[in-house]
Write a protein that binds this ligand. Structure first.
Ligand code: FAD
Length: 494
């Protein structure tokens, strides 16, 4: 296939998307016909996260020949940073443990719709809820993923969570190891250091036919007879896209996961005019940016103050909302959780203190509130006033009358020395927007019709998530949709 004047024009559209400036026709005028090494497979998958590798494994099981292109030297996306929670309501693993969860597919569907504020695509959400069990059973039986079940780990505490277990930490890294082992067994080619830089198409009808990649040796072309699957993750590490689409506070968040998910599924598909949805939506959580220490549970205790020693958020809100507030309402996106010794000793905070200690993140400590403020660089008089007001309101049952209100269900007093101040920031976990897909994983155009040959999965696709997600639903949905794409392609062959 040749690089043509047309593809350079396409490059202009991508560049204009990436820079926010008008398209650059000057580039097109320099067009020259160039031949690149070409490789042909049944399907080409760009991106080695859970979405990409599950699509590849299922395709190979279905008798197809997939290839996976990864821009880094190893799987480097959010999957390997994730905790590894997945969701099922009545899987073999749950049955074998004799769990009576009382959970149902319908409850799962309703929870996902509730958390997306009714804005998740109903058909996609139903697909995920109805196929989660089969997918987890397949991951366990066919791929060899090991899950721990039984603990009431993630909301809504229905024992729905399946935590990937094994030697490697975090669970997502272990999950990827199981998947890579299976891919190797199936001889699935994975081409590392191959960055997808352009989509190729049939110039006669616009069907997407392949991917142009940039390698250390130069450009190469990968042709997919059945199409191309964008599995390049979201844009949580692309500050410019975040600024333009999700706003400055989101862009100022340190990333909690991968630095390599930079929005190619939106940029490279732009010339085909996909319907791109929910690009202002993302998940965030607390992090100590400079070290990566994680105060996930600490933020659900005590009070939060800004560098200016002001309360700025409702500490009864979820860690997602508190992280968003920290990024939007504090100077430079920094908050400090203030807790006392009794809270410090809660068993549920053990991992968080370990995270701060092992990553050498600062935790300030003093025997008085004024002393603590001095240690942390806060205003001593202000902090004492805030803590006193808080303790009094707590005693009188008037926390909801504070400004801002504190609606915590189990608020804890800050009375027993020593006292602690834990610095943290709102951190970017994953973005939710992208080209809208249907239940076969086909990317839809602005008129709602499938763009022939173009698929997307995982955080590279849009439609499922809005505002927040049911913990575990992202890895689960990437797997469900990856399988749906591979099964659809198998049907195309018949
Ligand atoms: C700290 C943290 C904890 C999480 N915990 C959970 C959890 O427990 N459960 C859950 O459901 N979700 C969790 N998530 C979210 C989950 O990790 C993601 O939704 C999921 O991993 C996304 O998978 P993916 O396949 O879409 O992409 P990714 O895993 O992000 O992979 C995308 C891959 O594509 C590659 N790539 C990018 N651009 C190109 C290109 N141009 N060419 C070739 N390759 C490219 C990247 O290098 C990367 O390897 C968590 C996320 C974080 C950050």
């Amino acid at each position: 296939m040749n690089t043509s004047r047309r593809s350079l024009l396409k490059g202009g559209i991508i560049a204009s998307m990436a820079t926010g400036f008008a398209a650059m026709p000057a580039i097109a005028s320099a067009a020259e016909e160039t031949k690149f090494p070409q490789h042909t497979y049944d399907l080409v998958i760009a991106g080695l996260g859970i979405g990409g590798i599950v699509t590849a494994i299922r395709a190979a099981e279905n008798g197809l020949k997939p290839v996976v292109l990864e821009k880094m030297g190893s799987a480097a996306g959010n999957t390997v940073y994730s905790a590894g929670f997945m969701l099922g309501v009545n899987t073999k693993m749950q049955q074998e443990k004799g769990l009576k969860t009382g959970d149902t597919t319908e409850k799962f569907y309703e929870d996902m719709m509730k958390v997306s504020q009714g804005r998740g695509d109903p058909a996609l959400t139903r697909l995920v809820a109805e196929n989660a069990d089969d997918t987890l059973n397949w991951l366990h039986d066919y791929v060899g993923v090991k899950y721990g079940v039984g603990a009431k780990l993630v909301w809504p505490m229905l024992q729905r969570a399946h935590l990937t277990i094994g030697e490697e930490k975090p669970g997502g890294k272990q999950l990827m190891s199981y998947l890579l082992k299976k891919a190797k067994e199936l001889n699935i080619p994975i081409i590392y250091n191959a960055k997808a830089v352009e989509l190729l198409d049939n110039p006669k009808n616009g069907t997407v036919t392949g991917v142009k990649v940039k390698t250390a040796k130069g450009f190469e072309e990968y042709i997919g007879k059945l199409g191309v699957v964008m599995a390049t993750g979201g844009y949580s590490a692309n500050k410019m896209m975040l600024t333009m689409m999700a706003g400055v506070p989101a862009a100022n968040m340190p990333v909690r996961g991968s630095n390599t998910v930079t929005g190619e599924s939106i940029l490279l598909t732009a010339p085909y005019f996909p319907r791109v949805v929910n690009v202002d939506q993302y998940h965030c959580g607390p992090i100590h940016g400079p070290t990566g220490a994680n105060p996930l549970n600490i933020v659900n205790t005590g009070i939060a103050v800004s560098k200016e020693t002001k309360r700025y958020t409702n500490e009864g809100h979820t860690y997602v909302e508190m992280s968003r507030d920290t990024a939007a309402k504090t100077k430079d996106n920094w908050g400090y959780m203030i807790v006392d010794e009794d809270t410090h000793n809660l068993p549920m905070l053990k991992n968080d203190w370990f995270s701060y200690a092992s990553k050498k993140a600062p935790v300030y400590k003093a025997d008085t509130i004024e002393g603590l403020a001095k240690e942390a660089g806060l205003n001593p008089e202000e902090l004492k006033k805030i803590v006193d007001e808080y303790n009094t309101a707590l005693k009188e049952g008037k926390l909801d009358q504070l400004t801002p209100p504190n609606t915590h269900k189990n608020p804890r007093p800050i009375l027993k020395a020593p006292f602690y101040a834990v610095p943290f920031q709102g951190g970017m976990t994953a973005t939710f927007g992208g080209p809208l897909i249907n239940t076969k994983g086909q990317v839809l155009d602005t008129e709602g019709k499938p763009i022939k040959g173009l698929y997307a999965v995982g955080n590279a696709a849009g439609g499922l998530f809005y505002d927040n997600y049911v913990g575990g639903a992202q890895l689960t949905s990437a797997s469900v949709i990856g399988r749906a794409i591979a099964d659809h392609m198998k049907a195309l062959m018949q």
